[in-house]
Design a protein around this ligand. Structure first.
Ligand SMILES: Cc1cc2nc3c(=O)[nH]c(=O)nc-3n(C[C@H](O)[C@H](O)[C@H](O)COP(=O)(O)O)c2cc1C
Length: 461
């Protein structure tokens, strides 16, 4: 993507909104999580505003520790993302569709097939948010007691993506000739078996679906630990971050681009998109009142549980004096290391008590939260963009639909007035809209020729 003067915008969508208590607001449909019309309405708002994509986070598990919290959150009543985006692909035309899927608890063949299908269904608008699982409650859903170690998860993820790409390349773009006259459906000289054997996977291939419309769906990643940045620099085309500090954001941006450059990648082929939780008011005071109202919806048990998780589950917050200061360090987590660091950094800089930190985590989980007028919010975004802490933003409404509508109706026009955001789509595929190149088929220039009747032909090893 040429880094022109325009930012990229994605919509980060949670059932009721990002704020834990949002589902209780009278304006929010409490059954939205399992109502396709609710999602279709929200995505239509984003598409009309020419957002680049809608993003669905996911974890194949509940994330709460106990019934007291489970009873009070809305997130355990929602769709699996690839399924939901497949339905939404039929109700949208241009907006990109980013689904989260973990490499720790899937098999590459399954995911390669599902994302290839989503890419065809949407005529080239699919993207995969590659996550390694940072939620310990996923493990017992898949026969394990604990998550694998942090770095092992990334190792597996690296091999996983390599296999998925190989499967997407099973067929050259024009392999399916579908010639009724001759009766030949597929040109098998353009078929490539993967025959992958690695540390974690053994996969023969080929995939039983044509190469995705975009070659590969867009690859998204959000790890920000050392291992996460390395992984992102290697293969991510969009990188999500949670970073409220401009200074740290600039540092992260420079590090990631530098590492990607060192691996021979072009700067404009990887976009850094921090999350922003905008709370829009006609005055700053009104924005603060909106947040206070939202906060009043969330029970302290839920707030503590959420904070405990995002701090990496290394403390027992229930036994803390909540009015004491947050310490400068905590034991390193095996869960989401970067978020633990971001939150601690924020708490120490702002001299937060546990109570203040817990409340902040419940509202924005460490993302940049901006409370203010449309003008103030647009200025903050432009600042991050111009100072190279962001190529765009993942917009995370605290509550939907109202928070999304406020952003689209009031902040987007301010961004346009400043020449920072477009008013229509220019391409059909998500790659075209993000300015990303379409990847070559890795087998087309391979030295080994392929032969339809041999398992070994076209193999990489
Ligand atoms: C905006 C954003 C969205 C994320 N969405 C998910 C998600 O849906 N599911 C998930 O398991 N992890 C999600 N994560 C976590 C990251 O994918 C990553 O696993 C995590 O940051 C741990 O990696 P790290 O220790 O390298 O930072 C998200 C992170 C960010 C910043």
């Amino acid at each position: 993507m040429r880094r022109n003067d325009e930012m990229k915008l994605g919509l980060f969508l949670a059932q009721a909104g990002y704020n834990e208590g949002a589902w209780r607001d009278p304006s929010v449909p409490a059954n939205g999580g399992v109502d396709i019309d609710h999602y279709a309405r929200l995505v239509a708002i984003a598409e009309q505003a020419a957002f680049h994509f809608v993003f669905l986070p996911d974890s194949p598990s509940v994330v709460e520790k106990d019934h007291a919290s489970i009873a009070r959150v809305s997130r355990n009543d929602g769709f699996e993302p690839i399924t939901l985006l497949s339905a939404l692909s039929a109700r949208t035309q241009y907006i990109g569709l980013v689904a989260t899927a973990t490499t720790t608890y899937h098999e590459p063949y399954h995911l390669a097939r599902m994302f290839a299908s989503l890419d065809h269904l949407s005529r080239g608008r699919a993207a995969w948010n590659i996550v390694t699982s940072g939620n310990k409650f996923e493990a017992p859903n898949f026969g394990a007691k604990e998550l694998p170690d942090h770095d092992v998860r990334y190792d597996r993820a690296r091999e996983f993506v390599q296999v998925v790409k190989g499967l997407w390349d099973s067929w050259e773009d024009d392999a399916f000739t579908r010639d009724k006259e001759s009766g030949i459906f597929a040109d098998t000289s353009k078929l490539h078996l993967l025959n992958h054997r690695g540390d974690y996977f053994s996969v023969r291939g080929p995939l039983n679906v044509a190469r995705p419309a975009q070659g590969y769906p867009v690859l998204v990643q959000a790890g920000a630990s050392d291992a996460g940045i390395r992984f992102g620099a290697e293969l991510a085309e969009v990188v999500f971050t949670a970073e409220p500090s401009l200074e740290n954001g600039r540092r992260y941006y420079a590090t990631l681009k530098e590492k990607a450059r060192a691996l021979g990648r072009e700067d404009d082929q990887v976009a850094v998109m921090p999350g922003i939780v905008p709370i829009v008011g006609t005055t700053t005071q009104e924005a603060h009142e909106k947040l206070q109202k939202l906060e009043s919806y969330t029970h302290i048990d839920v707030q503590i549980d959420t904070a405990d998780r995002w701090l990496g589950a290394v403390t027992d917050l229930r036994s803390m004096n909540l009015d004491s200061l947050v310490p400068e360090s905590l034991p390193q987590t095996n869960l989401i290391q970067s978020r633990q660091k971001v939150l601690l950094d924020l708490a120490v800089r702002q001299k937060f008590t546990w109570r203040q930190l817990i409340s902040l985590v419940s509202s924005c989980r460490g993302h940049l939260m901006v409370l203010g007028t449309p003008d103030e919010i647009a200025n903050k975004m432009v600042d991050f963009f111009d100072q190279r802490a962001a190529d765009g933003f993942n917009v995370i409404p605290a509550m939907v639909p109202s928070g999304l509508k406020d952003f689209v109706d009031l902040v987007v026009p301010e961004l346009r007035r400043r020449g920072k955001f477009r008013s229509r789509y220019f391409g059909q595929t998500l790659r075209e809209n993000l300015g990303l190149k379409r990847p070559f088929n890795q087998f087309m220039h391979a030295s080994v020729s392929s032969h339809p009747s041999s398992d070994n032909f076209g193999a990489r090893e």
